[in-house]
Design a protein around this ligand. Structure first.
Ligand code: BTN
Length: 247
């Protein structure tokens, strides 16, 4: 995959721009980075606060050739890539299923993967927001979010982080698309996530709320959760509104 980076001072949303370019026929590897987003988007229709220079706001366009049922593994691959890039910035994170990066109980990165049909086939845009500094967090976020600067005590080099992240995505995407790749990505994800196995959680989906213990992931990255009655429920990424650790 050839990486082509476009940088903006300000943009509505790097994901929106990558989606627009995907529909116009852009090739995979297109990467949009902005200093600031005026309409940053999170999952479940939430806003992603994107103050100038407070975060790395990056989206990358992929045109995967994976079997469709394995497309959700792109989000796991992305979380592994962020985990590796953060490690190079001195931050040891945990991956909360399916693709939030936490340090302790505080979120340092969110990932929004969006798929769309385009004239050149399926496009997947992976949008990554990493908190660089937390000076601008509104009070409601201060208790639940953290940043590289807060954790390391030094001002992170955003370009270095972006470079490490893009390198990791390129390498891991290549692995994912290779014959044994899906299993390898599941292994890499599992190794980096305390949520993979034996975690006590509460799951809130559209239709129900239940508690249980995590019991590994399925082929497509869905989470197995064993309830107190001994039933194993399979939670698909799209189903979950909220997954809470209850430990
Ligand atoms: C989440 O945890 O809810 C996902 C947040 C994803 C935020 C990133 S920032 C870069 C890209 N552009 C967006 O509008 N959203 C993603």
């Amino acid at each position: 995959m050839q990486i082509q980076i476009f940088r903006y001072d300000t943009i509505d949303s790097t994901n929106s721009e990558a989606m627009r370019q995907a529909k116009l026929g852009a090739e995979e590897g297109l990467c949009i980075i902005a200093d600031e987003q005026t309409a940053g988007r999170g999952r479940h229709g939430r806003t992603w606060i994107s103050e100038k220079d407070s975060g790395l706001y990056l989206s990358i366009l992929l045109r995967p050739t994976l079997p469709t049922e394995l497309t959700p593994l792109i989000t796991l691959m992305s979380a592994v890539s962020v985990h590796q890039a953060l490690a190079k910035s001195g931050v040891a994170a945990d991956i909360k299923w399916v693709n939030d990066l936490l340090v302790g109980d505080k979120k340092i990165c969110g990932i929004l993967a969006e798929a769309t049909a385009t004239p050149n086939g399926l496009a997947v845009v992976v949008g990554i927001g990493i908190n660089l500094r937390d000076g601008n967090f509104p009070s409601e976020l201060a208790a639940t979010a953290t940043s590289i600067e807060a954790l390391t005590g030094t001002s992170p080099d955003r370009d270095l982080l972006a470079g490490n992240l893009v390198d990791a995505i390129r390498a891991n995407y290549k692995i994912l698309q290779s014959p044994q790749g899906p299993a390898e990505i599941r292994r890499m994800w599992t190794e980096r996530s305390s949520y993979a196995d034996g975690k006590s959680v509460t799951v809130r989906t559209d239709g129900e709320v239940f508690a249980g213990i995590t019991r590994g992931i399925e082929e497509n990255g869905a989470l197995r959760v064993e309830t107190a009655e001994g039933a194993v429920k399979i939670v698909q990424a799209g189903d979950v509104e909220r997954l809470r650790s209850t430990q």
